[in-house]
Design a protein around this ligand. Structure first.
Ligand code: NAP
Length: 282
């Protein structure tokens, strides 16, 4: 047992809530496909107990973590305090979803943006260059994807958040004339070609209240949330006339593959894993 533990690298996803995370199944599939010897679990951290939970996992010999809501910004601050290395995409976001421990320096990375862009462009055929994007939310996920959308040459990025100050903070951090903060009450005034839901509404309590005008006639609406059936956001998008829609399952698989690469230096094939999860959930 001790010998086996020494050979197998241990990873997990940390968040709250965490029970329904698909990340353990995705990484188990990547490990089986690539022959990498890893174990991947789920860690529930109490709302005030992120640091303690991470530090315990690390001192117990853990090799790395994925970080999910609501801890992505705290994870960024923690790496900085520990004197760890932050990748350029983590620095641009001010939030991270990937931690790597081990013999090298502590590393903090953010693979959400790469995951979203790959899913949009390669799986759904969405052209980002020249697109006008309405990004709903300004939490850890929105921070992660905003720099990648700008790097994808979008023409404009409107960030709308229930708490306007957080949207302004994100836009300030981006420091790019194409990005603007939009008051939630004026959300229907944007005329985007791509609407992205990066809020945790529904998971964190109340549902998302949006006027139909947000969706009417839009070419593409994307919900970062993934569920076996269409989410409320995607149902409203369809009813209100958004032409093409997708949930965040593809992004989940793509950001996971990017994290796997950061940890193991091996890039798994995402197509078969995505299809298996979709079929399993149907
Ligand atoms: P977070 O840091 O906790 O941020 C939550 C965001 O949701 C904040 O902007 C918050 O606004 C907003 N919000 C919550 N309830 C709302 C409501 N009722 N109405 C309007 N806005 C509301 O969470 P996160 O890490 O950014 O995650 C956000 C979502 O993205 C989650 O559903 C997560 O599962 C999903 N996600 C998916 C993937 C994927 O791979 N598919 C990857 C990352 C994240 P305030 O600032 O006003 O509180």
């Amino acid at each position: 047992m001790t010998e086996r533990r020494a050979m197998v690298a241990r990873y997990a996803v940390i968040g709250n809530p965490i029970a329904h995370s698909r990340s353990p199944a995705i990484h188990a599939a990547f490990a089986a496909q690539t022959g990498e010897h890893i174990e991947y679990g789920a860690l529930l951290a109490p709302p005030e107990g992120f640091r303690e939970t991470v530090e315990r996992f690390r001192s117990d010999g853990g090799s790395g973590l994925n970080v999910t809501l609501p801890f992505k910004e705290q994870a960024f601050d923690w790496v900085r305090e520990q004197g760890g290395v932050l990748t350029p995409r983590a620095l641009a976001a001010g939030a991270l979803n990937t931690l790597r421990f081990g013999a090298d320096a502590l590393l903090g990375d953010n693979t959400d943006g790469a995951g979203l862009v790959r899913d949009l462009q390669e799986r759904h055929g969405v052209a980002l260059a020249g697109a006008s994007v309405l990004l709903l939310g300004a939490g850890g996920a929105a921070r992660g994807v905003a720099p990648a959308l700008l790097a994808g040459q979008v023409q404009g990025l409107h960030v709308a958040n229930r708490t306007l100050a957080r949207a302004r903070e994100l836009v300030e951090r981006l420091s790019d004339a194409r990005a603007t903060a939009l008051d939630w009450s004026r959300i229907a005034q944007a005329a985007p070609t791509l609407v992205i839901n990066a809020t945790s509404a529904g998971i964190a309590g109340d549902g998302l209240e949006l006027p139909d005008a947000v969706f009417a006639g839009r070419p593409f609406c994307y919900d970062m949330v993934y569920a076996p059936r269409a989410t409320d956001f995607l149902e409203q998008a369809q009813r209100a006339g958004c032409r093409q829609r997708a949930d965040g399952l593809g992004m989940l698989v793509e950001q996971a593959a990017e994290s796997f690469f950061v940890w193991r230096g091996v890039r798994p094939a995402t197509g078969p894993v995505f299809r298996a999860l979709r079929e399993h959930a149907a």
